[in-house]
Design a protein around this ligand. Structure first.
Ligand code: PSU
Ligand code: MN
Length: 310
């Protein structure tokens, strides 16, 4: 079994290493969305497309995953293919990293594991689709994503389209407040609903450009104290959102099916996402992709503004 030197976790790609050394913008990308959030074979194309979007904005992508017991920030094509196509690719939250490294496992990293590894590598901006959160059956299952508590103690800016409506959205916002994670609406005073531009919930702060986000990041650092994250909630464009009526109907069906089948734990999110894709004839997937693309573009611009301040 390989030894893990703390200084080499995660192992940086040449491109990421050089960008960090030169103070160029870098955007961390998670891999669970590729391995477990999107259907094959489209997932590989999307993984590559997201990296290309980051580059088109003048930043360097750092997709994060664990391959054969080694954590990487910046994957080559073969590694990305392993994550997208491989059987036995595990879903790794932050707590799974040590066992995965020690046993030589291969896995995709969730928001919690990605944020942890990205911050460890000195990356400051991370773009994803939706954050994990409080599940609707929380009172019975106690299922709250480890994303939330990890973000309460990790200094990183996460661009997301809110949390998926399969979750308890007000409950998740409440937990973020309790945990001390600041939430900024990007060009909106509404918390986005992932597939929908508006979840129906308000946010307390609205920002209007990447420079303003970078200014908030600088103020966080100036304040010091708890190393909490900054959430930038970036709504999908209204023209690209899922039809709200279709959304509400299919969501109710998905939740009922999940309950009937007794699906629990880590399997819940992938099950519900897959159900929505099938039941909307792929429309939820298109809204999902539109949201992620927008977040990745915005993440690259924020990383650019952040790098320009240094
Ligand atoms: N939201 C999505 N797609 C996803 C996820 C969330 O739109 O694939 C993934 C993210 O990686 C997130 C994880 O960190 O699900 C949360 O999983 P859990 O609820 O098991 O913590
Ligand atoms: Mn969970």
């Amino acid at each position: 079994m390989s030894q893990h030197r703390a200084s080499e976790i995660p192992v940086l790609s040449e491109e990421v290493r050089e960008a960090l050394a030169r103070g160029k913008p870098v955007v961390a990308l998670e891999s669970t969305i590729i391995a477990h959030g999107l259907p094959r074979p489209r997932n590989l194309a999307v993984g590559l497309e997201l990296e290309a979007l980051v580059r088109a904005e003048g930043a360097v992508p750092a997709t994060i995953a664990v391959v054969d017991g080694v954590a990487y920030a910046g994957l080559d094509k073969a590694q990305l293919e392993r994550i997208a196509n491989g059987e036995g690719v595990r879903k790794l939250g932050h707590r799974d990293l040590a066992p995965a490294l020690a046993t030589g496992a291969t896995g995709a990293t969730t928001v919690s594991a990605t944020a942890f590894l990205a911050a460890r590598a000195g990356l400051r901006v991370f773009a994803t689709g939706g954050l994990g959160g409080v599940h609707r059956e929380w009172a019975r299952t106690q299922d709250e994503s480890a994303d939330l508590s990890l973000l309460a103690r990790t200094r990183i800016t996460v661009v997301c389209a809110g949390v998926k409506s399969i979750l308890d959205v007000p409950g998740t916002l409440q937990r973020l407040e309790t945990l001390g994670v600041a939430v900024l609406g990007y060009g909106t005073d509404r918390f986005p609903g992932f597939y929908l531009a508006d979840s129906g919930e308000p946010v307390d702060w609205t920002v209007h450009g990447p420079e303003e986000v970078a200014a908030v990041m600088a103020a966080q650092d100036a304040l010091g104290g708890a190393d909490s994250a900054l959430l930038v909630a970036n709504p999908v464009a209204r023209e690209q959102q899922l039809d709200p009526a279709l959304h509400d109907r299919v969501l109710a069906e998905a939740l009922a099916e999940c309950r009937e089948r007794g699906i629990t734990g880590q399997a819940v999110t992938p099950f519900l996402l897959g159900f929505l894709v099938r039941a909307t004839d792929g429309a939820s997937l298109e809204a999902n992709l539109a949201a992620v693309r927008g977040n990745v573009r915005l993440g690259a611009r924020i990383a650019g503004s952040w790098a320009a301040r240094a």
